[in-house]
Design a protein around this ligand. Structure first.
Ligand SMILES: Nc1ncnc2c1ncn2[C@@H]1O[C@H](COP(=O)(O)OP(=O)(O)O)[C@@H](O)[C@H]1O
Ligand SMILES: [Mg+2]
Length: 222
């Protein structure tokens, strides 16, 4: 069974067809890139696949669970890292992670273990008790990513994970994404950066004006 299966997926905003009948499959453990310019429909696609916005027509299945009909079962398997930060500025990095873990109804011991590991992975351990408002953009993005991993997802959605970040944060995020891929986590990431698509992804689809133009293997040697 595919980790993600998308069939004729469409989203309209009034007369604007933001996503126009797209279809593709992502295998378990694969890193799939969605490459396209601003306004192409990348965020809208992620929002439909993760149940954050309604689907106008078509279907999306996460490990066989229809996101519209079996929303909870599908959501339980996924982590989502949005374009915009969902970090609570007044909370520390630690408390942001604990709060996120509670949203997923994880046990206290599990949350603490997971929070410790993730802070370490993302280079935030030393500053875990400081409010996030003092964090740089890169640190906030790393924390957002950590929050997306608290529930140990099998499918991770990343919306432009490295755009606008410093080189160090970009590299760290890319390394973490590669690590997750090694652990058979399926990754769906969007980007407008062809280099990032080639570096991070096994396969890339190009989306423009809501339509997939072509899909193929990323260039392995770039
Ligand atoms: N909430 C919304 N209401 C109306 N139009 C929207 C909304 N969100 C996105 N759009 C439109 O959908 C199209 C695709 O946008 P988006 O998915 O954000 O593209 P991308 O993430 O590739 O930059 C754009 O034309 C955008 O203006
Ligand atoms: Mg977007």
């Amino acid at each position: 069974m595919d980790a993600i299966e998308v069939i004729g997926l469409t989203k309209r905003f009034g007369d604007n067809v933001a996503v126009n009948g797209i279809g593709f499959q992502v295998k378990e453990g694969e890193t799939f890139g969605f490459l396209g310019p601003n306004g192409a429909g990348k965020t809208t696609t992620i929002r439909m696949l993760t149940g954050m916005t309604g689907i106008t027509s078509g279907r999306a299945l996460i490990h066989g669970h229809d996101i519209a009909r079996e929303t909870l079962a599908a959501k339980r398997l996924m982590g989502v890292v949005s374009e915009t930060s969902n970090v609570y500025d007044e909370l520390s990095a630690w408390d942001n992670l604990v709060f996120t873990g509670r949203l997923y109804h994880l046990g206290k011991a599990e949350i603490q273990r997971s929070a410790r590991d993730l802070l370490d992975t993302f280079g935030l351990s030393e500053r875990r008790h400081e409010p996030a408002e003092g964090f740089s953009k890169g640190m906030k993005r790393r924390l957002t990513l950590a929050m997306g991993l608290v529930n140990n997802p099998r499918v991770l959605f990343l919306d432009e994970p490295t755009s606008g970040l410093d080189v160090q944060s970009r590299r760290l995020i890319r390394d973490v994404v590669q690590d997750l891929a090694q652990k058979d986590v399926t990754i769906f990431l969007t980007t407008h950066d062809i280099e990032e698509a080639n570096v991070s992804c096994d396969r890339v689809a190009i989306i423009n004006r809501g339509t997939i133009r072509c899909a193929g293997e990323a260039e392995a040697d770039l």
